[in-house]
Design a protein around this ligand. Sequence first.
Ligand code: PLP
Length: 379
Amino acid sequence: MRVETKLVHAGELQPRPERAVSMPIYQSSTYEYAGASDYHDVQYIRLNNTPNHAVLHAKLAALEGTEQALVAGSGMAAISSTLLSLVAAGDHVLAHDGLYGGTFDLLTKDLPRLGVTCTFVDAGRPETWAAQVTPRTRAFYVETMTNPLVQVVALDQVAQFARERGLVSIIDNTLATPINYRPVEHGFDLIVHSATKYLNGHNDIVAGVVAGRAGLVAGVKHKLDHLGGALDPHACFLLQRGLKTLAVRVRYQNQSALELANYLARHPRVAQVNYAGLERHPSHARAKQWFAGMGGLMSFELADGAAAAERLFQRLEIPICAPSLGGTETLITRPVTTSHAGLAPEVRRRQGITDGLVRLSIGLESTQDLIEDFGAALS
Ligand code: PLP
């Protein structure tokens, strides 16, 4: 089956419950005992193993091409459980400088309190990595595209480097989605997602995903079971419904974002556009080599900086000024005030996140309407 068919049919229960074409919501916290001998197999919502979870796990594994997948109560629940399943006090993690703010905070504020340290490397420069590995390094963590500058690091080399040194390679594939990039085909061990974004795609739930080899995913499940980061059945239902249209949505967003990025790049009031689909973007060559599409997220700077950006937000009629990304509504935000507000100013500066930087997540509105709206607001 090709990906569009898998999105609709993979993992669906056979026979269909009561012959329902759409998977029902099993709103039951607990299930009649069926002989499970392991605590993690007892059917209970917190253990992420009700029928609504099982269907999603099978569909997501088929989609990413992994042995197993697991849903979680949020992207951060997936990320924190994944990291905690791999490290113990004294261990060390390598990570890419420029990660999503929540993950950066976890690695720099929470894990050190448990005795786990992290070194941030320039994941675009493989020659610098070996010097940072210690005998206690356990994992190498990167994102497929960085948020909001949409840079693409040396992904293939990360997976190979980790494999050669016995580290677990982990990639946050939220921005690319398996429609644009499937990390397992490039040698990554574990894939995490904020399913809040494109996988669900409708700005109406928070959810997370972990996918990979069965043994690794089982370790994450045990951690998640104890930390309590379950996804409730109604959110499972919405995620399952959202996934069915993933390919259609992402391809439309790829195309729409490319057209809008080209429009903004030519506009005299726009100083800079960061979108890997533009030839002048520093990651264009890598993105073209590996990705089927460049995604629906971009960032840009206006010639007149942050104050002009705020005026633009007031004049735009279609984009909603809000954090998050990957849904049906086009969302616009200044990362300094939202997703990256928690980072120290010097960290933001090092990562290239200026006060005037604007992040734009393209939704499913008409591309032409968006271009006209930006044209009117900018002028
Ligand atoms: N990873 C990336 C790339 C994100 O952008 C986000 C949220 O913005 C997360 C992880 C965290 O996901 P969630 O908000 O679902 O916990």
